[in-house]
Design a protein around this ligand. Structure first.
Ligand code: NAD
Ligand code: UGA
Length: 489
């Protein structure tokens, strides 16, 4: 495989939050390339193929338009994994790589069983040479393991393995894919490795300027992805750490973020204090980084990055504890309205959302939680809470804060359903609530008629704003008592 291959058929294994939007944009920008996205999940594929674009399995601004343009032309979704592998010259692996929940590395390491399965399937099906691209986020040196599996059949088929991690953020996926800060490609420093890199560069060049396509060795590319997420999460934990100090001192965390963000060496982005970062990747990727550091006997480096997670646990706990403390040390039987459940605005994704953890802590005290989120389904909310009952990570920070170990009881599905109500209307969620907690920064929350909420909804007295999006001065005047993250009195 020494010549630069011109790619005509792409396969992507995994039609999730990365595979779906990324391949839709490749198909949109490269009408001369057939893009076949496959998944084992039949429902997900059926949803990608639904004529009603509102039913796509992922909500992302702009995604429906891109799918409408390319689907049926050169973009196809199916469950026929073997056919897609067979036909493609280039295969993206975009399957999930969650934190392991069993065995060696439980709770820390990335679970690579889905990746391994893909490699075995490719090895079994492939009849001609192929370029395999790691799109999933993987521990450094995974390409080595892939190479071993792929070449284990001894049938003479050659595979060139590239790493091209994805940096899109949910809620802005299409914008990020259309105008990426950079696309990254890692390849082997061999003639065939360089040819494979060039083949993928040529795909991206259809819409991305060459200077925005960075090429490195494979290991650097793999580790760049974990590093980028660790740095981004670290900024959120850093500003959240300062938010705790602001609340004690009367300083305003948003003013601080603005002031320090003006320093071009620091930069203004990713300095928004919050109830804690969520999403499927920050925590998972840092835990994976910590695991790798411990594996390579670098305990100081591991402890350094682990602190980013501990600070995030602390922030979520601080928020729930403030609600309980303020409501006279118990929320038992009290109605708490949750505005937002998604881990950030403009997505229906709830993975690791801070709302789940805040709810869980309030439910331990038997609060009655009433949730409104514009994009998250009722079943998803119950599923998130049910999953957590048997999958809690040990949160050492909670024990150190209260100087005692915290015994969580496991709630049954019946208990969860009796304590949690999901609303389609925000005003019914807030009606007669003892407190309102803002968990996601949906724009529509800024537009609510707070006078009506206060005067006609039986005066919910307290607003706990975990996103600093409602106007404190306006709400104070109406009569609410408002607690903002990082704003002292
Ligand atoms: P996801 O869970 O939304 O999608 C993964 C899909 O892969 C699922 O639909 C699953 O059914 C499918 N799958 C698993 N094994 C399969 C197999 N053997 N054959 C066919 N299909 C299979 O996950 P995601 O959010 O798209 O993340 C995928 C990877 O991308 C992860 O490594 C993640 O860390 C990384 N990533 C995610 C984001 C993000 O915003 N979500 C951003 C950058 C990178
Ligand atoms: C993040 C990265 O931004 C992407 O580059 C990366 O590709 C992706 O992870 C991934 O690997 O999965 P994502 O998790 O989708 O993207 O969304 P972010 O915008 O990074 O937000 C993550 C969390 O941090 C959210 O809960 C958000 O509310 C929170 N956050 C973000 C803050 O609390 N403050 C900020 O200033 C920024």
């Amino acid at each position: 495989m020494n010549k630069v291959k011109s790619i005509k058929n792409i396969c992507c294994i995994g039609a999730g939050y990365v595979g779906g939007p990324t391949m839709a944009v490749i198909a949109q920008k490269c009408p001369h390339i057939n893009v076949h996205v496959v998944d084992l999940n039949e429902q997900r594929i059926a949803d990608w193929n639904d004529a009603d674009l509102d039913k796509l399995p992922i909500y992302e601004p702009g995604l429906a338009e891109v799918v409408a343009e390319a689907r049926g032309r050169n973009l196809k979704f199916s469950t026929d994994v073997e056919k897609a592998i067979d036909e493609a010259e280039l295969i993206f692996i975009s399957v999930n790589t969650p934190t392991k929940t069993y065995g060696v590395g439980k709770g820390m390491a990335a679970d690579l069983k889905f990746i391994e399965l893909c490699a075995r399937q490719i090895a079994k099906v492939a009849k001609d040479d192929k370029i395999i691209v790691e799109k999933s986020t993987l521990p450094v040196r995974t390409a080595e393991a892939l190479r071993t599996i792929l070449h284990s059949t001894g049938n003479g088929v050659k595979f060139e393995i590239l790493s091209s991690p994805e940096f899109l953020a949910e809620g802005t996926a299409i914008q990020d894919l259309h105008n990426p800060d950079r696309f990254l490609i890692g390849g082997a420093p061999t003639e065939s490795g360089e040819a494979a890199v060039q083949a993928l560069v040529d795909v991206y060049l259809n819409w991305v300027p060459r200077e925005n396509i960075v090429t490195t060795r494979v290991w650097s590319s793999e580790l760049s992805k974990l590093t980028a997420n660790a740095f981004l999460a670290q900024r959120v934990s850093s500003i959240n750490a300062i938010s705790a100090l602001c609340e004690k001192t009367g300083a305003d965390v948003d003013e601080i973020a603005h002031a320090i963000g003006k320093d071009s060496r620091i930069g203004a982005k990713f300095l928004k204090s919050s109830v804690g970062f969520g999403g499927s990747c920050f925590q998972k990727d840092i835990l994976n980084l910590v695991y790798l550091c411990r594996h390579f006997n670098l305990p100081e480096v591991a402890d350094y990055w682990e602190q980013v997670i501990k600070m995030n646990d602390y922030q979520k706990h601080r928020f729930s504890k403030n609600i309980i403390d303020t409501l006279f040390n118990t929320v038992s039987g009290k109605k708490i309205a949750f505005l937002g459940w998604a881990f950030k605005k403009d997505t229906n994704d709830t993975r690791e959302s801070a709302a789940i953890y805040v709810a869980d802590e309030l439910l331990q005290d038997r609060a009655e939680i009433h949730v409104y989120d514009p994009k998250v389904s009722e079943e998803q909310i119950y599923a998130d809470l049910e999953y957590l009952q048997t999958n809690r990570r040990p949160q050492t920070v909670i024990a150190s804060e209260t100087k005692q170990s915290v015994e969580y009881s496991t709630l049954s599905m019946e208990e969860i359903r009796s304590l949690v109500t999901v609303h389609k209307d925000p005003y019914t969620a807030m009606e007669s609530a003892h407190a309102i907690a803002v968990l996601t920064e949906w724009d529509e929350f800024k537009t609510y008629d707070w006078g009506k909420v206060y005067n006609e909804m039986l005066k919910p007295a307290f607003v706990f704003d975990g996103r600093n999006i409602v106007d404190k001065d306006q709400l104070d005047v109406i009569g609410f008592e408002i607690y903002n993250i990082g704003k002292g009195n």
